[in-house]
Each structure stands twice: as C-alpha cells, then as structure tokens.
Design a binder for this molecule. Structure first.
Ligand code: ADP
Ligand code: MG
Length: 370
C-alpha cells in the first residue's frame, strides 16, 4: 500500500544531510528532520517547474504543522476520513496535504477513479454540484475496505454560497460512500452548515526554519549554488509562504545562476533589508539627515512607497539593538505610515514625514525646546 512506501529510510538522490549550510540559527529543526526515521528523500517527478516538482507526495514530506499532519497520518492509516476543512494562508501545504492524504488512503491506482478534484479554475456553481458532484457520489467504485471516495474542493472559499448550500444534502446522503475535503484561506467563508459537518484543521504559517529546511533540500537536490544570505533573503521575502519561496528560488537561479542576497532582492523587486535597516538605525540614532538620504536613495531606485513601508515593518520587527519599547513605537509609527499610504498618499513627502517621526522616538524632549 502507499503508506508502506513512505516509511522507507533515507536513500540518496542528491539530498544530503549536511546541516551546516542552513545557517547556525536554524540548526536544530534541520537536524531533527534529517534524523527522523521516516524522513525520506524528495521524490523527483518529471514536472519542469520546481514548485510542482517538489510538491510532497507523502504526508511525511510535508514540513510544519506537525501535529495536524500526524492526525492526518493516523487517518491515512486507519481510513474513515471525516469530512474536513483545511484552512490557512497561501502556500503552506493545504492542497498538498489533501492530495497526499487521498493518495495514501486509496493508493495510486484507485486514486484516479475514486477522487474528484475541483479547484477554483473549474466551474463550481450549483449546476456542477447538482450534476457532477452528485453523479460522482452515486458512482460505484471498488474501494479498499474502510475507504471512501473523496471529493476535493480546493479554494472552496471562492465557491458561491448557493453552490455550498447545494452541497449540504449531498454530503449527508452519500456520506457512507463519499467524503469531502475542502481547502480554503478562511474557514469562515465556508457556510456554517458545511462547517458543522466537517472537522476543521487550521494550518499555521510556516516558520522561517521550516522554509529554510525545504529550500536547502531543494538547492542540494538541484545542485543550486547558493549562499546563506540568499536563503535568508528568500525566507525574508516569502514570509512563511513556501510556494513563493520556491518560485523565487527558481527565478533567481534561472536568472542569475547563483542564489545570493543581492540576486534574490533583485528578483523579488523589493528594497534590500540591509539598506532599510541602516535607515532605521539612523532614525534610532536621531540622525535625520542620514535617514532621509537613505530614504531618497531607495526612492531613487524606483521602489513604491508600499514596498518601502512593508520592508520597514518587516525589518523593525526583528532589528537587533532596539529596546522593546522602541520596537513597539517604531511599529506603531510605521503602521500609521502604512495607513496613510493605503489611503492613497503614496508620496516621498509622506515617507519622509514617517521617517522624521521615527527619528523623534529616541530623541530627548529637550532637543525640541526652542
Ligand atoms: N508544508 C510544506 N512542505 C513542503 N512543501 C510545501 C509545503 N507547503 C507548500 N509547499 C510547496 O509549495 C507548493 C504549493 O503548496 P500547496 O499545498 O498547493 O499550498 P496551499 O496551502 O496554497 O494549498 C507545493 O507544490 C510545494 O512545493
Ligand atoms: Mg491550494
């Protein structure tokens, strides 16, 4: 059966267990994963696109959300999958988990016949629910004992509520032969009657360490030349979205032949955090002129105010050397600046005003007395 395959010990197809190049901060999770008895090399398929090529085939290979994944593992082993909703931000493995689960439950041969997969690009109005889904639910398929047919509704929050309403009866009537799995960004976009029929699994955003882990595995398997700054830059810009991190990895590798910090920031086209950090540092030291000069430089490179302010936020969150109080003040001020920009004031003047206010945070009141 499919599950048996997933528990093979690590073999060798280019993914070595060298933990060092991931950067010292992330050593621990990397180490644990590599030594996990069930961890196995990433399966290479024929798809030319990295994101698809490295879509995990088995639940074991999915990184992060380990508690939820281990619940899915149990379901994969015991069968009797409940109706379920998996919710969470994009690119964290929701669709992948459902596909892996279905594959492990049914095995590759039955899968083709016993799984109906509909995503946002398919028509999913009431008619489809009435005809295609109902037709599938009524279909007779020979299944392994204790297994069910599975309907996968990906990006289900984009289904109209009419279509969701139409599913209610189908889910109930055919639940002894067909189970439903929904993936969505927000569980509350699924109508309540469906929610109450489902087990709701919420996926958390992936941590930086988890993204680093996967990226370095892929780099090694593909023989990609990379530096630690390059990986850090990918992680920084992806913010826990694995799909985006892998996409950017591929674009950088394809475009530059090397994955370094500079290269990644040129591909993702966002301001280099090191520059932004020196600007914020100047603010912290009360050096208004220096800070404004750095801002001018970023502006001159053509970044939009939105890019600048969101990088400022990301940098301020983790910038070393700031007191807790100062960090909160910085984030607050940047938050107001962001609001003004979203309201439409996307000018250098607004950014400069924001930077000036940041400079003020660490200045003594007396400096302002005339
Ligand atoms: N937890 C994860 N572990 C490993 N790869 C992942 C994970 N999450 C996402 N990916 C990668 O990102 C791609 C998109 O993942 P997907 O499951 O479709 O995301 P979504 O949560 O948006 O449905 C996959 O093909 C895979 O390469
Ligand atoms: Mg998805």
């Amino acid at each position: 059966m499919a599950t048996a395959e997933s528990s093979k010990a690590s073999g060798s197809n280019g993914i070595s267990s060298n933990a060092t190049s991931a950067g010292t901060t992330y050593e621990l999770p990397w180490y644990i994963y590599i030594n996990h008895p069930l961890s196995k090399p990433i399966k290479l398929t024929q798809s030319p696109h990295r994101v698809e090529k490295y879509r995990p085939t088995y639940l074991n290979d999915i990184v992060g959300n380990s508690e939820t994944i281990s619940r899915l593992q149990i379901i994969a082993k015991d069968g009797n999958m409940p109706h379920m909703i998996i919710s969470g931000t994009p690119g964290i493995g929701k669709t992948t988990s459902i596909l892996c689960l279905a594959r492990q439950l049914l095995g590759p041969n039955v899968y083709k016949e016993a799984v109906l997969e509909l995503n946002a690009s398919d028509e999913r109005g009431i008619d489809v629910v009435r005809n295609r889904i109902k037709g599938f639910a009524q279909k007779k398929v020979t299944l392994p004992p204790g297994r069910h047919k599975i309907v996968i509704l990906d990006e289900a929050d984009s289904m109209t509520s009419g279509a969701q309403q139409a599913l209610r009866r189908t889910m109930e009537i055919y639940s002894n032969s067909t189970r439903f799995a929904f993936a969505c960004n927000q569980a509350n976009k699924i109508i309540e009657p469906l929610q109450s029929r489902c087990a709701i699994l919420r996926y958390a955003r992936l941590t930086d360490a988890q993204v680093v882990l996967r990226l370095t595995q892929i780099c090694k398997a593909e023989n990609v030349q990379y530096s630690d700054e390059g990986i850090a830059a990918l992680v920084f810009s992806a913010e826990g979205d694995m799909r985006q991190a892998i996409n950017n990895l591929q674009s950088t590798w394809a475009g530059f032949g090397f994955v370094g910090g500079e290269e990644v920031f040129r591909v993702v086209d966002s301001p280099h955090p090191v520059k932004v950090q020196s600007m914020l540092k100047a603010c912290w030291e009360g050096k208004v002129d220096a800070a404004l000069e750095l801002l001018q430089e970023l502006w001159g490179l053509g970044y939009s105010s939105h890019d600048v302010v969101s990088t400022m936020f990301k940098v301020a969150k983790t910038m070393p050397g700031l007191s807790e109080h100062a960090r909160l003040e910085f984030v607050r001020e940047i938050g107001f600046l962001h609001m003004r920009i979203l309201e439409g004031l996307q000018t250098l003047l607004q950014l400069s005003g924001g930077v000036a206010r940041l400079c003020r945070i660490n200045m003594k009141e007396d400096d302002f007395v005339v």
